[in-house]
Design a protein around this ligand. Structure first.
Ligand code: CU
Length: 475
């Protein structure tokens, strides 16, 4: 078992050292606010105390350590501006918790008494709503309805018993539109205490949140006014090829927990396997209600738990089935990348958040960064190199890598699947066999049909740009 100290070392977590507005006296009594800024998938946090459980692995994320205080699990969340690397070469200025967006996953056990300190280091008020939890009304986190807003620089405390096991999330209920567009969200898992008739034990338990951003190519901060026309579709604020693969040993039982905090639905699709929806944020589903699927649609604000046995070796695509959601950084009104006045984005946000420039804690330097040549902070629209060439994917795309002989607890990328000889689709050479209805089948493409196979990649890229702005067509 990995000790808490070892976990801290392996995960590279350092205690927060950037206290600015919160007095050190007030912080002294609080549990340490662990920080994590690396975008890697961190190893599962084995519980150092309390009831045992099999921890989850947060995709490109981590679990928040706690302090046990007279039988109460105490956590410390710090709401603050963060820099999130969404994929290599592309950084976004978001808001999140404890150094990252999404915030750390909180894991507790059914029946645990939980106390969560929330320190606000944002330039405006916030609150935390514990989505899906049974709790006292005054702990539900809706600003104005259940509690006063948490002012900048202040720390509030929430306390309740995690009454039912399941898959939950947390997010602000204060200036929600802005704060969720900026990336404020996190996962919450309540493990069952002992055996549960509807909750099976699994070998691997992955979780992540669906989020979307609208960041013009070359700029860093999401446009918070965007309602539907986002250009970045993310899993845990990462976009492919920035999303780690989900690794499983051959024959292992795998659970996937997903929550949707975007503004549209996402049909999440698995290749090579079938899964069953075993639970929602409402709880475990009755066994009689489960049927096999290869795609599960997730509405806004919904969470789903899917389970399958990883019994087919290989590198299996796992993605949102909306094809526009497996692409990156489409410029809406940016037919040409050069000469975009992205300072307008800053003006828009400043209108909403007068203190906006404070968030980067870089003063005017942010402006100079934004004046860099545009392609410097832009994710390629479709990218990723596979064993057979470019994958042509981005956004909500990853892989489930199933391997024989993988050790339990080994989450490292095993590399590309070595296909057994003769098991890869290949070119047919020599005369093609006649089609069954060869009399009507044309031997060549009909006249005027696009020569798809011969089209250069660049032209394809232009064609799939969203038609909403000026980005459609050739220039
Ligand atoms: Cu989608």
């Amino acid at each position: 078992m990995v000790s808490r100290r070892q976990f801290f070392q392996s995960a590279g977590i350092a205690a927060a050292a950037s206290a600015t507005v919160v007095s050190t006296v007030a912080l002294a009594a609080l549990p340490e606010a662990a920080q994590q800024t690396k975008p890697d998938t961190m190893p599962p946090l084995q519980p150092p105390n309390g009831r045992p459980y099999n921890p989850v692995v947060t995709l490109n994320g981590w679990t928040l350590p706690w302090r046990m205080n007279q039988g109460v699990k105490e956590f410390h969340l710090v709401a603050e501006p963060v820099v999130r690397e969404m994929c290599p070469g592309f950084k976004a200025h978001l808001w999140g918790y404890n150094g990252q967006s999404p915030g750390p996953t909180i894991e507790v056990v059914e029946g645990d008494r939980v106390r969560i300190f929330v320190t606000n280091r944002l330039p405006e008020v916030t609150s935390v709503h514990w989505h899906g939890q049974r709790l006292p009304n005054g702990m539900d986190g809706v600003t104005g309805l259940n509690q006063p807003p948490i002012p900048p620089g202040k720390t509030y405390v929430y306390e309740f018993v995690a009454r039912r096991p399941g898959t939950f999330m947390y997010h602000p209920h204060a200036d929600e539109m802005v704060q969720m567009a900026m990336g404020m969200m996190g996962f919450w898992v309540t493990h069952p205490k002992g055996k549960h008739p509807l909750i099976d034990e699994v070998d691997r338990d992955y979780c992540f949140l669906l989020s979307s951003y609208d960041i013009d190519p070359g700029s860093y901060t999401p446009k918070v006014m965007t309602m539907l026309d986002f250009n970045l579709w993310a899993w845990n604020s990462r976009i492919y090829p920035g999303i780690d693969p989900l690794v499983a040993g051959l024959g292992e039982r795998v659970r996937l927990r997903v929550g949707n905090l975007t503004m549209t639905n996402h049909p999440i699709h698995i290749h090579g396997h079938e899964f069953f929806v075993t639970g929602t944020d409402g709880g475990p589903t009755p066994r009689g209600s489960r049927w096999p699927e290869v795609t599960v649609d997730m509405a806004v604000g919904q969470m789903r738990q899917m389970e399958f046995v990883a019994d087919e070796p290989g590198d299996w695509a796992f993605h949102c089935h909306k094809s526009h959601h497996t692409m990156n950084a489409m410029g809406h009104n940016v037919p040409t990348m050069i000469g975009v006045d992205h300072r307008e984005v800053v003006k828009d946000i400043t209108r909403l958040i007068p203190d906006y420039m404070v968030m980067g804690e870089r003063g005017m330097h942010d402006m100079t960064e934004m004046e860099m040549p545009l392609p410097d902070n832009t994710a390629a629209m479709m990218t990723g190199q596979g064993p057979f060439g470019p994958l042509g994917m981005g956004g909500m795309f990853s892989m489930i890598k199933v391997r024989k002989g993988l050790k339990r607890g080994d989450y490292r990328d095993p590399g590309w699947y070595p296909h057994p000889l003769g098991t890869v689709a290949r070119e047919v050479t020599g005369p093609a066999p006649a089609a069954a209805n060869s009399s009507s089948a044309p031997k060549t493409e009909p006249t005027g049909a696009p020569q798809r196979a011969n089209q250069p990649a660049a032209a394809v890229e232009v064609k799939v740009r969203k038609p909403s702005g000026g980005g459609h067509g050739h220039h």
